[in-house]
Design a protein around this ligand. Structure first.
Ligand SMILES: [Zn+2]
Length: 321
């Protein structure tokens, strides 16, 4: 197995208020990647610049960040479909993808879909989010730092500027090589841009004290949250049913929480994140994890505060009309 650490640079519509093509908000203009062998040593590298086809000049913010100009992309770039085919041929058959954060994999799949090339990268995808792994291994597991911050913290040499695809891929690879093997394998991520379409394709991933579930798609959020599997919260350790302590409640349009109790292992937090597909359907990423009494109380406080706020809001609305 090889690890493919890749980084993309993309361009967006020159006028940000009016995204020209909703199917391609970000057009990839550069791919940089480093291949590491199973011992995480650099085996080879890949680089392509891509000729823009959708947005015909570089957004000023993009230019400022990545220092690529439209003319050199026109001259040195190849069409995206060719770059993508070259990239996957270089990756080989036994590749495991690694990226800094979760957006590169998303935009790669969006660009592939735009050109009808999704078959080059069938999903859902298991991958390693090096930004998350860095946080778990070196910090609190929750913070999400910039690549440069991580490079500075570990005192790695800064031989090239940031925000060019190949340089960022090398920095990410150097960080990835310094994270403990066990930490990596325990904390892989799943990208569900190509989400499960039916019950058979639904995903259950069992981590140590945590279970992740990715549902099939539903026509509405209400249908999704009413689904039996979506609202169930078995104990992530013994997988037996739990007794509900705090019913599912929403903290905003996309996130829901609940708290249950396993007689043997204590409090179980349910967290649902509602996801919308590019085609306007909904699916759910649910995580159930063991928490302590303090965490459970904090969730109860959050719920009570939200309920009070909503009551107040309803009252003020009814007084107004
Ligand atoms: Zn249990």
């Amino acid at each position: 197995m090889d690890y493919i650490i890749f980084d993309l640079e993309w361009n967006q519509c020159p006028d940000e208020r009016d995204t020209k093509d909703p199917h391609l908000p970000f057009e990839i203009v550069e791919i940089g990647a480093v291949k590491l062998n199973k011992d995480r040593e650099v085996a080879s590298e890949f680089h392509r610049m891509i000729k823009p086809e959708v947005y015909h000049w570089i957004n000023s913010r993009t230019r400022e960040i990545i220092r690529l100009d439209y003319q050199s992309l026109r001259q040195k770039g190849v069409p995206f479909p060719q770059a993508a085919r070259d990239f996957f041929a270089w990756c080989g058959d036994d590749a495991r993808f690694c990226t800094w954060g979760d957006q590169d994999l998303l935009e790669l799949q969006r660009n592939l879909k735009y050109y009808d090339l999704e078959s080059l990268l069938p999903g859902p995808l298991k991958y390693y989010n090096v930004q998350k792994l860095f946080s778990i291994y070196y910090e609190d597991g929750r913070s999400r730092r910039s690549l440069e911050y991580a490079v500075d913290l570990l005192g790695l040499a800064k031989t090239e500027g940031f925000h060019r695809a190949l340089a960022d891929a090398h920095y990410t690879a150097a960080l990835f090589a310094r994270i403990g093997e066990e930490c990596i394998h325990k904390n892989f991520s799943i990208d569900a841009y190509q989400n499960p379409k039916n019950k058979r394709e639904e995903i259950h991933i069992f981590y140590e004290d945590r279970v992740k579930f990715i549902s099939r798609e539903f026509a509405s959020k209400e249908d999704a949250i009413a689904d039996r599997e979506v609202c169930s919260t078995a104990c992530p350790r013994c997988h037996r049913p739990t007794r509900r302590k705090i019913r599912w409640f929403s903290v905003n349009a996309r996130r829901y929480f609940s708290v249950s109790m396993c007689p043997e292992h204590g409090y179980v937090k349910g967290k649902v994140r509602m996801k919308k597909t590019d085609d306007g359907m909904f699916f759910v990423e649910k995580t159930t994890s063991l928490i302590d009494e303090e965490d459970a109380e904090r969730i109860l406080e959050k719920k009570e505060l939200l309920c009070a706020k909503r009551r107040l809001h309803r009252r003020s609305m009814s007084e107004r009309y």
